[in-house]
Design a protein around this ligand. Structure first.
Ligand code: NAD
Length: 362
């Protein structure tokens, strides 16, 4: 019986193909090392799909994703497609993927690696040891609530409207992902809302509190979003797992990410109720350095370790990749975005070779 994991690769645009190639080499190597087989198929998304098929997320791509065990995405977009009408822009590829696969949970880790302590704009003693996971609700809340739009009132004045709404079911399903995630980490979950002002947040807090009775081993706390933003900068080490809605999560996950100071290092996972999830770096397609072998592939590679851990339940393989990243950084190798004097500067492809070697030696 064939037990290979089916992985759909979506290299997308800009630096996407360069960093994806490194991620695939790394995945193949770790697979050989640990006896896990992968079968890869590549599909079009974003600008590449617009050029190839006229649509940012062709149905054949969605079908391939649905049939696979996990989806590895690089990045989409670039100036070439910036002037297309909104429904044909590359970003629609991302939205189409999220809604097509019903990915309602976005996991964004922000971990400070000791080797990159000085990359943060905060003082090293504030960020040393930071290891946070932000779990953001992705398909509900104010970005999707109805009514929405710009309406003309009787007076002739225009009024812009968005609606922040969550059902109990939507809160419970993201809550469960967050509690399960916290359980695999340091068993501390902070739910972020604005329950002092918003009714929708009062329901959010009520449901999270109710859910916590199912997870007696996880310590639940609550923070208002304004305080959470302050605490993330003041004392980020107090956090383990954070769960919050779409809008607050959008802002706080970027805030948490910047504690680490290096966008080329940050992975993410978007999960639904069942596989496949989509695993991708936080950064964009970096058109300014595309094709120059300058891209940092580590966010893509760490997205691959999230695929193994959260998408395929292969924590040992995930750890082998994370250890390889640490080993290469310990040896002083840096791509240009994380370079500092005294380190050894390498390109994207060379970084890939070093990772493959490190896994082989692991
Ligand atoms: P960006 O993340 O692509 O780049 C911002 C800066 O960070 C650039 O200077 C870039 O060179 C650098 N950078 C990003 N990733 C890097 C890496 N791995 N290694 C080294 N340097 C890296 O953001 P942007 O410039 O605002 O957007 C460029 C394009 O990407 C736009 O079309 C945008 O819409 C798209 N975008 C896509 C995604 C996604 O696919 N999820 C996310 C954000 C932006």
């Amino acid at each position: 019986m064939d037990s290979a994991f089916q992985i759909t690769l979506l290299p997308g645009d800009g630096i996407g193909p360069e960093i994806m190639s490194v991620a695939v080499d790394v995945l193949r190597t770790v697979g050989l090392q640990l006896g896990i087989s992968f079968e890869f198929q590549t599909a079009l998304v974003g600008g590449a799909a617009i050029d190839g098929t006229g649509h940012p997320i062709p149905s054949v791509t969605l079908d391939r994703c649905r049939e696979s065990d996990g989806v590895l995405l690089a990045a989409i977009g670039g100036p070439k497609w910036d002037n297309l009408p909104a429904h044909l822009r590359p970003e629609q590829g991302l939205l189409g993927l999220r809604s097509g696969l019903n990915l309602f949970a976005n996991l964004r880790p922000a971990q400070i690696l000791p080797q990159l302590l000085n990359a943060s704009s905060l003082k090293p003693d504030v960020v040393d040891g930071v290891d946070i996971m932000v779990v953001r609700e992705l398909t509900g809340g104010i970005y999707f609530g109805q009514p929405k739009g710009i309406f003309t009132m009787e007076s002739g004045e225009k009024r812009g409207v968005n609606t922040m709404a969550y059902t109990e079911g939507e809160i419970d399903r993201i809550g469960r992902v967050a509690f399960d995630t916290a359980r695999q980490r340091r068993q501390k979950l902070c739910s972020v809302d604005k329950a002092n002002v918003l009714d929708v947040s009062q329901l959010w807090r009520e449901r999270m509190t109710l859910l916590s009775t199912e997870y007696p081993d996880v310590e639940l706390s609550h923070l208002y979003v304004d305080n959470a933003a302050m605490q993330l900068i003041r004392c980020p080490k107090q956090f383990d797992t954070i769960v919050t809605g779409n809008l607050f999560g959008d802002i706080l996950s970027d805030c948490a990410a910047m504690l680490t100071g290096s966008i080329g290092m940050l992975p993410s996972a978007s999960l639904g109720a069942s596989p496949p999830g989509v695993f991708e770096p936080v950064h964009g397609s970096a058109p300014d350095i595309a094709g120059e072998d300058k891209a940092n592939p580590l966010a893509q590679v760490l997205s691959t370790s999230m695929l193994l851990r959260y998408g395929l339940s292969q924590p040992q393989a995930a750890m082998a990749i994370e250890n390889a990243v640490l080993s290469v950084l310990n040896q002083g190798y840096r791509t240009v975005d994380i370079f500092s004097p005294g380190m050894k500067r390498v390109g994207c492809a060379e970084m890939g070779k070093l990772l493959v070697e490190a896994i082989g030696n692991g």
